[in-house]
Design a protein around this ligand. Structure first.
Ligand code: HEC
Ligand code: HEC
Length: 204
C-alpha cells in the first residue's frame, strides 16, 4: 500500500514537473519573441536573416547563441555591430529568452536572397519612402495592361539585365523613364538589394 502511494505521488510529481517544463518553454518563447524586436531587424523575424552579412540564428543551438551574445557583450568576440547591439540585452533571462526564441525557429537553407527581393518587390521600403515594385509593375511583375507604354513586364526577365538596368538608372546612364520615376527608385537601392531583386524577378 505504502509503495503504491509513493508510486502515485511520484507519477504526479513527474507529470507536474513535465507540465512545468512545457510552460517554461512557452514563456521563454513568447518573451524571447518580444524581446528580440531589435535583433529581428537584421537577423529576420524568425531568425532567418534578411541581410547577407547577418547570420541565420534560426535552428541554432540556444546554448551556443547564449554564449555568443555573452561573448559579444564581454568583447571576447568583437564585431563593429554586435559589440554595441549586444549591450542592449541586459538580464541573463533576456539572453536565455532570445536564444530560446531564435533557436526554436526553423532554419531555411543558407541566406535566401529572394526573401529580401520578395519583400521589396511586394512591400517596398517604407522607411526610405520606396513604393513596392508591384505597385507599378503589377503583381508578380506582370506589368500593367491599362498603361502598357509606361509599366513594363518584369517577371521572368533575365537576371543580369535587370541588375544592369537598375544600376544604369541609379547612376543616370539610363534616363528615359517618365518623370524620372525609376531613377528615384533605383537611387534608394543598394547593390545587395539590386541583386536580391534581380534574383527574385528572374524567377517570377
Ligand atoms: C544591425 C544589424 C544587427 C542587429 C540589429 C543585430 N545583429 Fe546580431 N549579428 C549581426 C552581424 C553582422 C553579425 C555577424 C558578426 C560577425 O561577422 O562576426 C551578427 C552575429 C550575431 C550572432 C552570432 C551568430 C553565430 O552563428 O555565431 C548572434 C548570436 C547574434 N548576432 C545575436 C543578435 C542578437 C541577440 C541581437 C539583438 C539583441 C542582434 N544580434 C542584433 C548584425 C546584427
Ligand atoms: C512609380 C512607379 C514605379 C515603381 C514603384 C517601380 N517602377 Fe520600375 N519602372 C517604372 C517605369 C515607368 C519604367 C519604364 C521606364 C522607361 O520608360 O524606360 C520602369 C522600368 C523598370 C525596369 C526596366 C525594364 C526593362 O525591361 O528595361 C526595371 C528593371 C524596373 N523598372 C525595376 C523596378 C524595380 C525592381 C522596382 C522596385 C524596387 C520598380 N521598378 C519600381 C515605374 C516604376
Amino acid at each position: 500500500m505504502g509503495k503504491k502511494i509513493k508510486f502515485i505521488v511520484w507519477l504526479l510529481l513527474m507529470a507536474l514537473s513535465g507540465l512545468g517544463t512545457v510552460h517554461a518553454q512557452d514563456d521563454d518563447f513568447a518573451a524571447g519573441k518580444a524581446k528580440s524586436k531589435l535583433c529581428q531587424q537584421c537577423h529576420g523575424e524568425d531568425g532567418n536573416s534578411i541581410n547577407p552579412f547577418c547570420p541565420n540564428l534560426a535552428g541554432q543551438n540556444p546554448a551556443y547563441l547564449e554564449k555568443q551574445i555573452r561573448d559579444f557583450q564581454a568583447r571576447v568576440r568583437v564585431d563593429p555591430i554586435m559589440t554595441g547591439v549586444s549591450q542592449s540585452v541586459i538580464s541573463d533571462q533576456d539572453v536565455k529568452d532570445i536564444a530560446a526564441y531564435f533557436g526554436s525557429r526553423k532554419r531555411m537553407a543558407g541566406y535566401n536572397a529572394n526573401k529580401i527581393g520578395q519583400l521589396i518587390f511586394r512591400e517596398g521600403k517604407p522607411e526610405s519612402g520606396l513604393d513596392s515594385c508591384a505597385s507599378c509593375h503589377g503583381e508578380n511583375g506582370r506589368g500593367k495592361q491599362d498603361d502598357a507604354v509606361a509599366f513594363p513586364v518584369l517577371g521572368g526577365q533575365t537576371r543580369d539585365y535587370v541588375i544592369k538596368q537598375l544600376r544604369d538608372m541609379r547612376s543616370g546612364a539610363r534616363h528615359n523613364d517618365p518623370a524620372g520615376m525609376m531613377g528615384d527608385i533605383a537611387k534608394k537601392l543598394s547593390d545587395a538589394e539590386i541583386s536580391a531583386l534581380a534574383d527574385y524577378i528572374s524567377e517570377l
